[in-house]
Design a protein around this ligand. Sequence first.
Ligand code: AP5
Length: 190
Amino acid sequence: MLNIVIFGAPGSGKGTQSDMIIKKYGLFHISTGDVLRAEMKNGTELGKIAEGYISKGQLVPDELIIDMLAKVLDSNEETKNGVIFDGFPRTIPQAEALKAMLKERGAEVSAVIGLEVEEEELIDRLIKRGQVSGRSDDNLETIKSRLDVYHNQTTPLKDYYINEKKYKAIHGMGTIESIFAAIEKEIDNL
Ligand code: AP5
């Protein structure tokens, strides 16, 4: 069973490549960003709390995210056949929680696909998406704070997964298809 983490900065293509991975490998897609945006749209308690963080480009507190992820795993039987985790984990405590949750299910993280993209390109992609999607955090000020948060709080995870021998670096620039071809190679080698 494959449990893959797709890792990278805002705008690195995690969502785009996850869509292609689920089509080919039949994994269950969990995007914590999508789950949070659905909670916001439905006006739930969690959604109201999350909105305050997301609008500033900050991370939602670990305990809320870990609890949310556990509920998604517990309420979807298909997750037992393998998952692509998109946007989770983003901190070391989240990575430790994921390890424990998978261990309880007799599973583990199979690989971490790290999409590596230059900063200028990230900003360019997100500004362009903001113009059409209207995502409230795709404006220059919030994008800059999301990138700061990524560098300060999320990049330590790269070393964490290198130490665990799970990290697979992927050059995340170029066409969507060429990036997917590099990801396929890594997944097929597992
Ligand atoms: P989240 O929704 O996870 O956003 P993100 O990490 O900022 O990532 P994005 O969705 O912006 O980008 P992506 O890497 O998926 O790229 P995409 O494929 O869309 O999180 C949002 C917020 O929720 C966080 O800031 C935080 O507040 C909160 N949150 C979520 N998870 C959390 C957690 N675990 N802990 C705490 N808080 C959490 O592509 C971007 C654009 O580029 C698209 O327009 C796409 O079409 C384009 N594109 C993709 N690939 C290419 C390519 N090869 N060439 C050109 N354009 C491309």
